[in-house]
Each structure stands twice: as structure tokens, then as C-alpha cells.
Write a protein that binds this ligand. Sequence first.
Ligand code: PGA
Length: 265
Amino acid sequence: MRKKIVAGNWKMNLNFEEAKALAGELKVKLDHQRGVVPAHKAVSSPEVVLFPPYVYLTRILDLFINDEGVSVGAQNCHHEDHGAHTGEVSAPMISSVGATHVIIGHSERRSQFGEDDELLAQKVKQALKSALVPVFCCGEMLPERENGKHFQVVTDQLLRGLFWMDEVQLAKVVIAYEPVWAIGTGVTASPGQAQEMHAHIRKLIGDTYSKGAAERMSVLYGGSCNAKNAAELFANPDVDGGLIGGASLKAADFFQIIKSLDGSQ
Ligand code: PGA
């Protein structure tokens, strides 16, 4: 069975006190939930992954040490493993502090820092070499959807960014479909739009690799997913969870989103 995941991308938000308070509050809620939800339901609990800014990684990791349900990752990594790249952080560094995941190809990196699919493929390689789970983002811009090019755009991003790897490597990747027009805008993809693209991604993996590879892949939805709309989005058969931005900054909202996926509500 493929993994259900709810990930919180904090982006460049929160000072350290706020970040600690958010993580602490979330931990209390999760611990409580685990205490009250019967064991047979806990089996379906989603994995929670937090993506704080780099400088908070170790401290947030400390909070969740020995917590098998919560992982911590970085929002980005460099495409080389070391060297004279002032201000950058490499995949081996991220993994050496105990983080397990890294977001690669977020649309904000693509648009604000000019990261293209070739560079992103290098980053994915670095992540895999360091045994980090790459959470690879893809998604179209509004004009591309309006012109009916959204399937092609996502296909190309996956072909160039991911599909150079073999099936064993692919099994270590998580994909996040994040339509750019939905990120931080309050405009969410409809459940139908999300399902349609997720099914497209799964079919693409099936055609390129195998049916088994497609079935194993966790495909998350991201883009104005919140406590109110999460359940509807997650009810789709090909939506395996969410990559949450704004709504991950409030413990109550993020916790509600997690509950929307774990079947305990
Ligand atoms: P949002 O961001 O939930 O604030 O739209 C999602 C993301 O960028 O990962």
C-alpha cells in the first residue's frame, strides 16, 4: 500500500520561538491523538513531514526524536555535494543532521531562482545519494492550464526531472502536484481537477515504468489546501495526501488536515 503523507512547508516564515511553539503544539496534539485513537485506526495514520527553514532543522528534529510518525526535511538542497558555494546547503549536510526529506522543484524555486528541470534532476540525484526522500514538485501555471497545456507541462517536468532514474530509485521519491495558480492564492484546485492530474501522473508512471511502480508512488496535492477543503481533496483515489503551505503554520489547522487523511474523524 502506498504511503499517506501530510507535509508542512513552512517556507520563509516564523522566527525560532514561533517555530518551536508551532512544532510543540503539533506534537501535543499528535501524541494525544495517538493516545485516543484505537490501534486498528492508527495503522492508517499518515506520515507527517515538517519542512522548517534550514536554521531550525536540528532543533525541530530534537523535538521529534524517536517519533516514528513525524519526519523532518529541508525545503531545498544544492545540486552538488560540497564546495565553494557560499550560502548554500548540500544534501549530505541535511542528511548528516538526521533530516530525511527534501523538497525539490517547488514552483517558488523554479520562478524566483530560475531552477530548471535539468538542475532539479541534479538535485534529485544528490538527494538520493544522501538517502533523502526527494519530494519532487510539479505543476502548471494559469495560462498553461487555460491553454489546455497542463497535462503536457507536468509530463515534461516529470520526464526531465525524474524519469531518468530506474524503478528502484523512483520508489524512493514522492511527487507533489502543485498547480502554481493555487499556491498561496486561496484558489484551490477542485477535487476533480486534482484527481484528474494525479491519475494522469500515475498513468504516466505506469506507462514509463510499471503498474507496480505507479501503484507504489505517493502523489501529494499542494496549493491552498486547508482545514476546510482537505477532506474533499484527500477523498480522491489518486490523492495520497498534501503538501501544505499557509495552513501548516497554524497547529490546529494542520492537525485538522492530518486528521482529514487518517480516517479518524
Ligand atoms: P499553500 O502552499 O498551501 O500556501 O498554497 C503550498 C506550497 O507551496 O507547498
